[in-house]
Design a protein around this ligand. Sequence first.
Ligand SMILES: C[S@@+](CC[C@H](N)C(=O)[O-])C[C@H]1O[C@@H](n2cnc3c(N)ncnc32)[C@H](O)[C@@H]1O
Length: 220
Amino acid sequence: MTQKEIKKQVKSKQRVTDHGEVFTNEREVNAMLDLVKIESERIDSRFLEPAMGDGNFLVEVLNRKLNSVDKKYKSVQFEWERYAILAISSIYGVDILEDNAIECRNRLFKIFEDRYFNKFKNNCNAECKRSALFLLNRNILWGNALDFTNPETKKPIIFSEWSAVNGSMLKRRDYIFKFLVEKTHQFTMFNDEGNVGSINEPVKDFPLIHFLKLGIDDTN
Ligand SMILES: C[S@@+](CC[C@H](N)C(=O)[O-])C[C@H]1O[C@@H](n2cnc3c(N)ncnc32)[C@H](O)[C@@H]1O
């Protein structure tokens, strides 16, 4: 391993001591993703990185998904946008350090933005970029993956599931991360009817929204 690689993998000794922060290099990331090659290239396969750092795995997943979008939806801009947004919507991450979460979001957005621009130049649509940003803000979170809360507010981490419906529409359902992970909770929770609550029950269910309208207001 060269000195350059060591620098890129470690931000500071303190962060390594406090949080075990050593980033994985690109070659290893790709070798690992190749173990699940088909899933890593499938546009709507869901990936969650519970200790994502600044996103070395997630940026490669996004690149692979966007390669698939490029191959399948070469020339029709609307279709490229729809599937690129679907690709972003299926990528999730958490890190205990806020700066990592911010950097990860920025890296993912830049990949999307650069590839979008390379393809459609000045025809890029501001609505599509807003939707991409909205999804990244919702899916890439600052949080502690051991106690499932935000380190500052101590509020539970909530993830949004996004599903494509009728072509251009998206359905959002919000779930408590802790309950998704600790399946035993389904036996101790009760829902409004007094029945055992299921981990499959969202804490919030949103109306359908067009994929280019995400982030247009606070409701979706
Ligand atoms: C070994 S690094 C790996 C980063 C990234 N997955 C990669 O391979 O490049 C571990 C990461 O986990 C984060 N981390 C440590 N404890 C955590 C926790 N309880 N919840 C979420 N993230 C945590 C650190 O901030 C660090 O970014």
